[in-house]
Design a protein around this ligand. Structure first.
Ligand code: N01
Length: 554
């Protein structure tokens, strides 16, 4: 042990992740003068967009919103070609940012953190990787992403499959040749739907294994012309400011109008307009869709009516109708002709509620009624969300306390950023923050900036360590729970509440009060002089002071 520690490289900060959070943290702390090392399991930048190269992968947030606002040079130099960007374009954007800001030189790619241990006496983290590196760092930033730990379904026999097994979240870089093949897709969440609507229109026989039908709304994507781009670039400061005031961290309209405050015809007209307009417009036309069950039912009925009108075979349409949970209580998908795909003769729905999957065989998928032979099987079965990445390696806090123990009944933190018992460890877009419920890039910028201000405060006041105070952490967790309990969100089984993973503690994993309220909460902690946090003065034996530039370069 002592021998390994001898080879440790001392840095100011370890940053884990090269998604949008990790990249921004890498830039921010580099500019502040920190000696940093950033670690990423993938071979390059991009995070989830590096891995998710499946056919049809696309972001369902507006590309203008889903982009960095911290650098005017970047937002002026980059142009989005579509309203909702495709995965290749988002990955190209991540690469453009990495090149433009010269971020790659800070990264160890193809490297996984295996262990992070807090050393109380020396006030630093000892971080080990699967390549045998040991880093000692005063601060550790976990930008590990809310959706970065894909899961296989608990179906027996996956390893037995003799055809090509593909995972949406780990798609091969060399696109597989799927032409003329018999392809099965398990999973009809956002990933599965995008794959189905894309592959269904190609030369193949597509078998969709659907357990829970999801609600989806038309995306109505479009190209962005030059005039629009120019207008956008002129208005970026106002757009970014609006995003920071918005519950979604994007520029989506928000309504204060309760559903039943309008007459039925007017409500219908608004829903028709939202349907025709596309995107998430629907979520912005009434204020109480997630708190009023009757209002939610009526909107769900409207969407079900649209599905029935689109799918020509009424029996098939019936099977595609989402039921049994409130609309928008599972992540709403945005599609391009998803339901129309089922009118194609080569697309076949296997209803796994009626005919459950029994096992994967060497040659296909066996359901109760028989086997479907396949050349290719695609798993689009989701993620161990929010906590999966953080618990995939050992994190040990004060007095040898493991994170897995602290989170045994579900994740807890203050603001999704800091935790009691884990000093100088910070998360961006962590559990108990808005994470996947709002624009991840807006949240990342907020979180990294907040951490940077806190570290500046520590350096100015001679503090060596900081963690969340237990009362403040408990109060935040109570707020997270109470907010979710007051909505319809708890009425659906979804990864939002951990119900997709066997044995995972159940409970809303995110702050549901909206990004704007979350940002206000972050600002309030800072404005109070960080009264909710517990500081410890720098120990004699602690790491050398971070460079003066660290407090000056902001
Ligand atoms: O995963 P999911 P995802 N037998 O968990 C099914 C983001 N995202 O990767 O619901 C049969 O939503 C499961 O069925 P059920 C976005 O935030 C964004 O699609 O458990 N089926 C479900 O249908 C999204 O919410 C974008 O009954 C089984 C599916 O697998 C999040 O990522 C694009 C099964 C999992 O759906 C996750 O989406 C893609 C079994 N044993 C992803 N086990 C965009 O921006 C699981 N399933 C557009």
């Amino acid at each position: 042990m002592a021998e390994v520690e001898m080879r440790a490289r001392r840095v100011d900060m370890v940053i884990v992740g090269a998604g949008f959070g990790g990249m921004y943290a890498t830039w921010k702390f580099r500019e502040m003068g920190f000696d940093i090392v950033s670690i990423e399991a993938g071979g390059d930048v991009g995070g989830v967009w590096y891995w998710n190269r499946y056919p049809g992968a696309r972001c369902d947030l507006l590309s203008v919103d889903y982009s960095y606002g911290f650098s005017d040079e970047i937002q002026q130099e980059w142009s989005w070609s579509e309203q909702f960007a495709s995965q290749p374009e988002i990955l190209a954007y991540a690469n453009f940012v990495a090149d433009r800001l010269d971020l790659r030189k800070h990264y160890c790619f193809d490297t996984r953190v295996t262990n992070a241990r807090w050393d109380d006496a020396r006030q630093l983290w000892v971080v080990r990787t699967d390549r045998g590196d040991v880093f000692e760092a005063r601060f550790c930033i976990m930008s590990t992403g809310p959706l970065s730990m894909p899961t296989d379904p608990d179906i027996p026999g996956i390893a037995r499959f003799g055809g090509t097994l593909l995972r949406a979240a780990k798609w091969p870089h060399q696109a597989p040749d799927l032409a003329g093949k018999r392809i099965g897709v398990i999973g009809t969440g956002s990933s599965g739907m995008q794959i189905i609507q894309t592959l269904g229109r190609t030369d193949c026989q597509l078998f969709v294994f659907q357990r829970t039908p999801s609600f989806t709304l038309p995306m109505r994507n479009r190209a962005l012309d030059d005039a629009y781009q120019d207008e956008l670039k002129r208005n970026y400061p106002a757009i970014r400011a609006a995003c920071r005031q918005n519950p979604t961290g994007g520029a989506r309209p928000v309504s204060t109008r309760p559903f039943f405050s309008l007459p039925a015809e007017h409500r219908r007209e608004l829903m028709e307009q939202a349907w025709a307009h596309g995107g998430h417009t629907f979520l912005g036309i009434f204020s109480d869709l997630m708190t009023n069950q009757q209002a939610n039912d009526q909107v769900a009925d409207f969407v079900r009516e649209k599905i029935s009108q689109t799918v020509t075979d009424p029996r098939l349409a019936e099977r595609l109708l989402p039921r049994g949970y409130p609309i928008f209580a599972r992540r709403p998908c945005l599609d391009t002709g998803y339901y129309e795909t089922y009118n194609l003769p080569n697309v076949h729905l296997v209803d796994c509620l009626e005919d459950p999957i029994v096992e994967i065989t060497q040659t296909g998928v066996r359901t109760r009624s028989g086997e479907t032979e396949l050349d290719v099987l695609i798993l689009a079965t989701g993620y161990d969300a929010l906590t999966g990445a953080m618990l995939s390696f050992e994190i040990t806090g004060r007095e040898g306390r493991p994170l897995a123990g602290k989170w045994a009944d579900g994740p807890c933190s203050l603001l999704g950023i800091v935790m009691e018992g884990f000093p100088n460890l910070f998360m961006t877009t962590g559990p108990n923050g808005p994470a996947a419920l709002a624009n991840i890039i807006t949240i990342s910028e907020n979180d990294v900036d907040w951490i940077a201000d806190l570290i500046t405060h520590m350096n100015r006041t001679g503090q060596g360590a900081v963690e969340a105070g237990l009362p403040a952490e408990e109060a935040w967790m109570e707020r997270v729970r109470a907010l979710a309990d007051n909505t319809l969100l708890m009425k659906a089984k979804t990864w939002w509440v951990g119900s997709n993973i066997k044995g995972k503690p159940q409970g809303m994993l995110m702050f549901t009060g909206g990004f704007h309220k979350y940002r206000e909460a972050c600002e309030a902690v800072a404005a109070s002089g960080y009264g909710d946090l517990v500081f410890e003065a720098r120990a004699e034996t602690g790491p050398a002071h971070t460079p003066e530039a660290a407090t000056a370069a902001q």
